[in-house]
Design a protein around this ligand. Structure first.
Ligand code: SF4
Ligand code: SF4
Length: 445
């Protein structure tokens, strides 16, 4: 494996814009006056709300029960009172019940119920207990996909995870929360990795980090050496990666780190890999070392319209408006607010949209002056940019003609909606929007 590996097919190089918040340490904010805790903030079925208006809840108490195999528990991020239950739209557009919680003036201190300050001996747990603890704690993939962790780490019979790949790529422009975790919480992050490695027993652990974070790569490598972390008898390995978007996507990361191609419709485990995101590793650490459920996360607040970009540790359920206010408000009115990164994130308009487990970035951006849309000039740049090897121009033409079934046959469902094609298109066609519509219509047909 070369010093700076990458995936081969497609990809683009957007400006990384990370300097706005990269050097700003994680700041834990004071509690907001109200939290909106969604029951649907993970992939799969929303959790079933266990509480009602008027109930008092303790920090870390389970308030939502996983309602099916692919679902996740939800816990109260604070001690407080549920003052309302209502339907709330997540940044992703998904609608579910939310508990509106007003925090108590007094939050649990050391030794009190809900403080989670007592060290736990997770190394004495067996695998079954560890998986059930993952489920109990409501752990999900926090890189954006929010796949329930207990499902991901329950390997299908006959499957072996040769590699546990830790996704510290953070290839989306602006986002720096994972970088700050690597710089400030490396030992805890690595203990979260150890927990996961103990469950799936990989032959190797590989930590993928892009070349714009070489200081983090050096730091993680030094901590691995110092902590003596081994998998399959070998030290955990830091794989430095060339900068290329969308390297943080599982498919591209697996290709870049272990050279395996995940076939269409398959998962990393089908080629012997399990991928774990940096923020998820930290939540795993908190859940196993302190029994702390997934109730808080670091969010990068950034973009040219934010007065004080930074990386803020907040309870799940904090409203975007509160984060914007704490980040100094807007310097000028943004054209759009985005949850996640500018390439694959979700645009939202309601500033009261709550932070969820997978919400790693809150961006306030001006529209890029890209020029007006023209007809496709058949230049083929979108085809060269597609990391999946699709033919975006062909899919686009089929969709605008309403030939959804034909578009499906050309691999539309394999489209990751990564935006590389649209980014490269000189005709400024809204290709990703067309693909989302095409998938929806194709499924209906
Ligand atoms: S959005 Fe879809 S078609 Fe376009 S580059 Fe990404 S995967 Fe390929
Ligand atoms: S990049 Fe745009 S203009 Fe060029 S072939 Fe693709 S869709 Fe057409």
């Amino acid at each position: 494996m070369s010093l700076f590996a990458t995936f081969k097919k497609g990809g683009v190089h957007p400006a990384d814009k990370k300097s706005l918040s990269k050097d700003i340490s994680i700041e834990r904010l004071d509690l907001p006056g109200e939290l909106l805790v969604l029951m649907g903030q993970h992939l799969g079925a929303p959790a079933t709300l266990l509480k009602k208006t008027g109930d008092h809840v303790v920090r870390g108490e389970k308030i939502g029960e996983a309602s099916s195999f692919i679902s996740a528990n939800v816990h109260s991020p604070v001690s407080g009172v549920i003052v309302d239950v209502r339907r709330v739209v997540a940044a992703s557009g998904a609608v579910s019940d939310a508990a509106v919680i007003q925090p108590d003036a007094h939050q649990p201190g050391p030794g009190e119920e809900g403080s989670f300050t007592e060290r736990q001996d997770w190394r004495s747990m067996d695998k079954a207990a560890m998986l059930s603890h993952m489920k109990e704690m409501g752990l999900v993939g926090q890189g954006g996909a929010t796949f329930p962790a207990h499902v991901k780490f329950s390997l299908p019979p006959g499957k072996k995870a040769h590699a546990l790949i830790v996704n510290c790529v953070e290839c989306e422009p602006y986002l720096t929360c994972d970088y700050r975790l690597m710089m400030e919480r490396a030992d805890e992050l690595l203990e979260g990795v150890e927990v996961c490695a103990r469950i799936i027993e990989p032959d190797e652990v590989i930590i993928g980090i892009e070349a714009n974070k070489l200081d983090a790569a050096d730091h993680i490598e030094e901590r691995i050496r110092s902590l003596g972390l081994l998998a399959g008898g070998k030290p955990y390995r830091v794989q430095r990666l060339r900068m290329k978007y969308p390297q943080g996507d599982e498919k591209q990361l697996v290709k870049a780190t272990i050279g395996r191609e995940i076939p269409s419709g398959k998962l990393p485990i089908d080629v012997g890999a399990v991928v774990l995101n940096a923020a998820s590793a930290l939540s795993t650490y908190k859940a196993f070392a302190y029994n702390l459920p997934c109730i808080e996360r670091v969010v990068t607040v950034s973009g040219e319209c934010i007065a004080k970009p930074g990386n803020y540790l907040v309870p799940i359920g904090t409203k975007a408006s509160y984060l914007i206010e704490k980040a100094g408000g807007f310097t000028e009115e943004p054209d759009k607010l985005i949850s996640g990164g500018p390439m694959m994130g979700f645009a939202f308009v309601d500033e009261d949209t709550p932070i969820t487990k997978g919400f790693g970035g809150l961006l306030a951006l001006k529209d890029q002056k890209k020029g007006s849309q023209t007809a496709c000039i058949s230049c083929g740049r979108c085809v060269s940019a597609c990391p999946i090897g699709l033919q975006p121009t062909r899919m686009y033409h089929l969709i605008v003609r309403g030939q959804y079934a034909e578009a499906m046959k050309t691999g539309l469902m394999d489209c990751k909606e990564c935006g590389c094609c649209a980014y490269s298109c000189p005709a400024h066609l809204d290709l990703v929007h067309a693909f989302k519509t095409g998938k929806r219509m194709g499924r209906k047909k």
